[in-house]
Design a protein around this ligand. Structure first.
Ligand code: ATP
Ligand code: MG
Length: 250
């Protein structure tokens, strides 16, 4: 299966618990263009990533990976294509009962295509890339927050994806931890990975993305570059850049 040139949401609506999270939402992630979706807490950023991966089903509209529409289609039909996309979940979502090495190699072991020796080589290579190879035999509970995030990134890299989604990758880290994660994301981009990040942290967003989508009250109200954003006259965008009036976000 070839590399998909884009991942798209077309006219998509999604509600949960009677609340509309997305309404007639159009979004395109082109291969090679690193994007960030910005929005306040609870706006629906994590939901968008889950919809793009087919982990949630929309009420209306559809998600397409390249020229394959994955909405309403059995998972087995798009599994190969979905493997081209990895996600680093908010909080890392590591398996507590497995070592770091087992976490990173988990998907490859499950697939059963590679030998144990080959998987161990990949695990070491990915841990070395993120700078935590010394943690190979430790358990997640023994790691700092920043190390957990790096291990989660190493796990996402194990299957050599084309696209990597990052859900709040720097939230809760100290400034050095933030710098290290941004640096890692930039190195992945330099290697040809396309990244999509969702965050409410502007500094992180600006350091690793060329284009920005702003989510506000179920809709995409802005799309453009950092400069476009700074020049935007939309009050919601300006409030996000320089908060002065909380009432806009109630
Ligand atoms: N399983 C669920 N049941 C009910 N409501 C949910 C569920 N999952 C999410 N929501 C609601 O959907 C909205 C969007 O959630 P989502 O996690 O996508 O927000 P977010 O933008 O990622 O927030 P944050 O920045 O805090 O991570 C929130 O208001 C949340 O309360
Ligand atoms: Mg979230």
């Amino acid at each position: 299966m070839g590399v998909a040139d884009s991942i798209r949401m077309e006219d998509l609506s999604y509600s949960i618990g009677g609340r509309r999270i997305l309404e007639n939402f159009d979004f395109t992630l082109e291969r090679g263009v690193n994007r960030t979706i910005l929005g306040v807490s609870g706006a629906g950023k994590t939901t968008i990533l889950k919809l793009l991966l087919g982990l949630l089903q929309p009420d209306a509209g559809r998600v397409c990976i390249g020229d394959v529409c994955i909405t309403g289609v059995p998972e087995a039909h798009f599994m190969e294509l979905r493997k081209r996309i990895a996600i680093v979940f908010q909080g890392g979502a590591l398996f507590d009962s497995m070592t770091v090495g087992e976490n990173v190699g988990y998907r490859l072991f499950e697939e059963g295509r590679l030998s144990q020796v080959e998987i161990e080589r990949i695990v070491r290579e990915k841990l070395s890339f993120v700078g935590v190879e010394a943690a190979l035999d430790l358990y997640p509970a023994e790691l700092s927050g920043g190390m957990k995030k790096r291990v989660a990134i190493a796990r996402a890299l194990a299957a050599d994806p084309d696209y990597i989604f990052f859900d709040e990758p720097t939230t809760g880290l100290d400034p050095i931890g933030v710098y290290n994660i941004c640096n890692l994301i930039q190195r992945l981009q330099a290697e040809g990975k396309t990244t999509l990040m969702v965050t409410h942290d502007l500094a992180t967003a600006f350091s690793v993305s060329q284009r920005f989508t702003f989510l506000h009250q179920s809709r995409m109200i802005f799309e453009g570059t950092e400069e476009d954003m700074r020049l935007s006259e939309l009050p919601e965008v300006q409030q996000f850049l320089q908060p002065t009036d909380a009432s806009l976000f109630v």
